[in-house]
Design a binder for this molecule. Structure first.
Ligand SMILES: Cc1ncc(COP(=O)(O)O)c(C=O)c1O
Length: 378
């Protein structure tokens, strides 16, 4: 008899954490990190410190402090045009990852199918399997800039999925899906009774195009977001989900309650200050810096041979496809030359031959050195 639960059989450790650890050797330029390398805006840190000094150190309501949920509901209406969400239709979580886990535990189980793009962020597959459900991979192609095409829509239609996870701007590709594409996907979901989990954690990190939240027009959507990437708060572990259907929120809350109780009290008070002008200004400065990095990375990639890479409109990743290359072998070769990236296969079979380059944690100087080294060995 195995000591380990059967559900652990098909679940691997996070590839991004593994390569990030390998990249910590002295002299290695780390382009694996899935976070912006900026500090959290001062106004947010000050608010958290104040909350600590005021003794806000106890359990909070499981869904999160009401002030924060009210601020999130107002933000969803103001910025995302999502109506019908009040504070009771929001659950504040320990990061975007934890709320995705709660959602999947609440909605997916044995015999269910959850569709995800191929390639996708590594945790989708792992979490779906932990929930006991099956994964239906929907192919995206480098030539189309990893934007869903007709093949994707046909695969979705015949997938027998009960849930679809959408992610725009996307990890690992940086692709921003146009509104018309998201609508075409949502129409299929409506017709086929598929509920949509819209992971919008990169919504503000957009350099071209416009973010579109499907919950603004469709009912069968759970919107997921987090403070992590937008305000460089990955260590604070704060995210949330919102859904107009109270019954869905109630089930998600049960998983959240039984696993975490509630999020860190003073972190929630800090996050409340993210809805201020100071925090927005700090975020805008970060986005301009990230845009300059993205442009530089594209310039240097275009100098290399045998590469297919549409300019990604958002997040802080580029996901070039390199013809005739084994991505694991290339990632190892690059690491031996002092540049750490993540092999594309870690994100799904359509990532074969690709590497994920994150420019979130590397400034222009580091990127310049990294591309000098890459040019030598590619
Ligand atoms: C697509 C996507 N969704 C969700 C998350 C989770 O973010 P958080 O740090 O808030 O858990 C990440 C983090 O890398 C991500 O890339």
């Amino acid at each position: 008899m195995s000591l380990f639960a059967a559900r652990m059989r098909d679940v691997k450790p996070s590839a991004t954490f593994r390569y990030d650890a390998a990249a910590k050797k002295p002299g290695v330029i780390n382009l694996t990190i899935g976070r912006p390398g900026f500090d959290t805006p001062v106004v947010i840190k000050e608010a958290a410190k104040r909350a600590l000094d005021e003794g806000k150190v106890h359990y909070t309501p499981s869904k999160g402090i009401p002030e924060l949920r009210e601020a999130i509901a107002a933000k969803l209406e103001r910025e995302n045009n999502i109506k019908g969400i009040d504070a009771d239709r929001i659950v504040v979580s320990g990061g975007g990852k934890q709320i995705l886990y709660c959602i999947l535990m609440a909605l997916a189980g044995n015999g269910d199918v959850v569709a995800i793009p191929n390639p996708s962020w590594v945790s989708y597959e792992a979490q779906i399997r932990l929930a006991g459900a099956e994964v239906a991979w929907l192919k995206l192609n480098p030539e189309a800039g990893f934007i869903p095409d007709d093949e994707f829509l046909t695969a979705l239609e015949s997938s027998k999925a009960k849930l679809l996870i959408l992610n725009s701007p996307a990890n690992p590709t940086g692709a921003v899906f146009p509104e018309r594409v998201i609508k075409a996907i949502l129409e299929i979901c409506e017709d086929n009774g598929i509920y949509v989990i819209s992971d919008e954690v990169y919504e503000k990190l957009i350099y071209e195009g416009r973010h579109y939240s499907p919950a603004s027009e469709y009912e069968n959507v759970i919107t997921v977001n987090a403070f992590s990437k937008t305000y460089s708060m990955t260590g604070w572990r704060l995210g949330y989900c919102a859904c107009a259907d109270r019954a869905v929120i109630d089930k998600i809350e049960i998983v959240h309650q039984q696993s975490l109780s509630c999020c860190t009290s003073f972190a929630q008070y800090g996050a409340l200050a993210s809805f201020t002008k100071d925090a927005e200004d700090a975020m805008a400065r970060m986005i301009e810096e990230l845009r300059a990095r993205r442009d530089y990375v594209m310039e240097r990639l275009n100098e290399l041979d045998n590469i297919v890479c549409e300019k990604p409109g958002g997040a802080f990743y580029v996901f070039p496809y390199i013809r005739d290359v084994d991505d694991y072998e290339l990632a190892d070769r690059l690491l031996s030359r002092g540049v750490a990236v993540i092999p594309g296969s870690a994100f799904g079979t359509q990532g074969r031959g690709c590497i994920r380059i994150s420019y979130g944690g590397a400034d222009l100087n580091m990127l310049s050195q990294a591309f000098d080294r890459m040019a030598e060995c590619m």
